[in-house]
Design a protein around this ligand. Sequence first.
Ligand code: 5GP
Length: 173
Amino acid sequence: MRTMFSADQIATRIAELGPQIRQSMGPVPITAIVVLKGSVIFASDLVRCIQGDVRLEFLGVSSYEGTESTGHVRITHDLKRSIAGKHCLVVEDIVDTGLTLHYLLAQLRARDPATLKVVSLLDKPSRRTVDVQADFVGFTIEDEFVIGYGLDLDERYRNLPEVAIYEPQIDGA
Ligand code: 5GP
């Protein structure tokens, strides 16, 4: 495992992102739509860096098994409240092919939010297969499979405090 972003680097970047998001969205109540499970740790740090009224909703999707996309996106846990007329911020861990975000945005737009913005901790633009972009990005990265800080490999490594590059030959998993 090789560190890509340390806990300190992540915290510093999130401390910049929070105020940037608030400034861009204005003094409105923000509904943070946390995409389970990978974004939970990022979201919990991020919302504490956004001042004012921020509410939390959770949306479960499943799109991957192992390190490869299955190509299927499925809602496994839906929002518990209506987002119609609300100012929403989708909180993603990583945008890779973009398939998940593309699907999610279509689903959420159909529910008539007043605003629909996206923040992603990580962005892998070189892997994109559909034209979709987060409004706010923590770090743009190369085509590497990363783990930690919420990101998993078959449910492992989410608890690592840093973002690391997964190296199977060293890990031996
Ligand atoms: P996309 O649909 O954009 O290809 O992928 C989105 C989802 O795939 C992310 O929310 C994340 O769960 C998973 N994913 C994509 N790239 C990585 C990666 O490098 N590491 C991990 N752990 N998950 C990834």
